[in-house]
Design a protein around this ligand. Structure first.
Ligand code: MD3
Ligand code: FE
Length: 205
């Protein structure tokens, strides 16, 4: 796939490539993800405060993102005890095309949002080196993405992310607070049971 040279939109340094994936590419990516999810099923992490997250998660790659009473961290194994499956080639192609990097990501976090699932405002700071960008791919129902500032609070901006949209957060955008306020159920026919899947690729080490 030839990745577009310029983003369709830039929001606070976050490069947004709207509809970068065709429907066929989205279907192929979903098929690859099905194989990942078969060997590493979704689970609901709990926060350090013991509250279950509304987003279901799993990962592919060397590391998977994990959270429980001990806090947020990367783990080399799924909670079932098996290593995470490899990151699908379809995802790696987008990573290399969009970031221009030779380095491969260590983690592809797969977030599943159904119905009223949401993700509160947070920073991604469980990685060792924030000079590496983060890449996000949206599939299925639209999600209302909110981006703020490096410090908590202050003015924010929102945009609906739709199926096939790709985001690259690099440079100063890397440490901005961000979250998903809600999804719009029924806005896409990509996922047979509805909902939204977001893939987030990161360099961890
Ligand atoms: C902006 N996921 O898993 S992806 C996450 O749609 C996460 O599931 C959201 O935030 C989701 O941590 C948003 C877009 C995203 C990811 C990382 C960022 C935006 C970002 C890092 C810095 C700034
Ligand atoms: Fe995040």
């Amino acid at each position: 796939m030839a990745f577009p040279e310029r983003p369709t939109l830039t929001l606070r340094g976050c490069r947004i490539y709207q509809k970068a994936l065709s429907r066929e590419e989205q279907v192929r990516m979903l098929e690859a993800l099905r194989r990942v999810i078969t060997s590493a099923p979704f689970f609901s992490p709990t926060t350090r405060f013991g509250k279950q997250m509304s987003v279901k998660m799993t990962s592919a790659g060397k590391y998977g993102w994990y959270s429980d009473a001990r806090g947020y961290r990367y783990e080399e194994k799924h909670p079932c005890g098996q290593p995470w499956p490899p990151i699908p080639e379809e995802v790696l192609n987008i990573w290399h095309g969009a970031t221009g990097l030779d380095r491969t990501p260590d983690c592809c976090l797969i977030n599943l949002y159904r119905d009223t699932a949401k993700m509160g405002m947070h920073q991604d700071r469980d990685e060792a080196d924030f000079t590496w960008p983060v890449l996000s791919i949206s599939l299925g129902d639209a999600g209302l993405f909110r981006i703020g500032n490096e410090d908590r609070g202050g003015k924010t901006e929102s945009i609906w992310l739709e199926s096939g949209d790709v985001l690259v957060m690099g440079g100063p955008a890397r440490l901005l607070h961000h979250g998903i306020d809600r999804i719009r159920p029924g806005s896409s026919t990509l996922l047979p049971k509805g909902g939204r899947i977001n893939l987030t690729c990161r360099v961890v080490d």
